[in-house]
Ligand binder design. Structure first.
Ligand code: IMP
Ligand code: MG
Length: 176
């Protein structure tokens, strides 16, 4: 049976908010060059759209991390599945993530990235679930604060499904 998905943010609402974030970042980094680190796979849709709306020079790199844990709960110990192509020493880095939930994954990843000597290191997340926070994480650019609901679409998955939905929706899992 199909899961029920209720739209939380439409494609138009996402587009509008991402343009605003791009403008804000472009202003903050005027005269500089940005290294965007897209966290695979979830942030890929967001990172591409965001990059299109940043007017200063952008270099894009990718990283895939997996957090040991079960499907809906991260453990805080992060394994780097795919590392960046290039060093970030001296770079103005913005990590682009899909959602900050417990905060464990980003807390741990930022500890690793800081040791690599970037000039600056900031976090941009499309979604934030503040009610679920376990570890303190400073988010410099947030798309939307959302309630404690499991969401899919626009890159976010449930068991690798629904990433391709053009909107963000709350998924209600059907029994059987
Ligand atoms: P954290 O370490 O608990 O902050 O985990 C963040 C990661 O959990 C995100 O990068 C997502 O992969 C996943 N995640 C957390 N909440 C959701 C959700 O509502 N939908 C899809 N993935 C989620
Ligand atoms: Mg993720």
């Amino acid at each position: 049976m199909a899961d029920r998905i209720d739209v939380l943010y439409s494609e138009e609402e996402l587009d509008k908010r991402i343009r605003e974030l791009g403008d804000e970042i472009s202003r903050d980094y005027a005269g500089k060059e940005i290294t965007l680190i897209c966290i695979l796979k979830g942030a890929s849709f967001f990172a591409c759209e965001l990059a299109k709306h940043i007017s200063v020079p952008v270099y894009i790199d990718f990283m895939q991390v997996s957090s040991y844990g079960n499907e809906t709960e991260s453990s805080g110990v992060v394994k780097i599945v795919q590392d960046l192509d290039d060093p970030i020493r001296g770079k103005n880095v913005i990590v682009v993530e899909d959602i900050i939930d417990s905060g464990r994954t980003m807390h741990y990843l930022f500890q690793i990235l800081r040791t690599r000597g970037p000039e600056s290191l900031k976090l941009c997340s499309l979604l934030n679930k503040p009610d679920r926070r376990v570890t303190e994480v400073e988010i410099d650019y947030t798309g939307f604060d959302i309630p404690d609901k499991f969401v899919v679409g626009y890159g976010l998955d449930y068991a690798q499904r629904y990433r391709n939905l053009p909107y963000i929706g709350v998924v209600t899992l059907e029994e059987n």
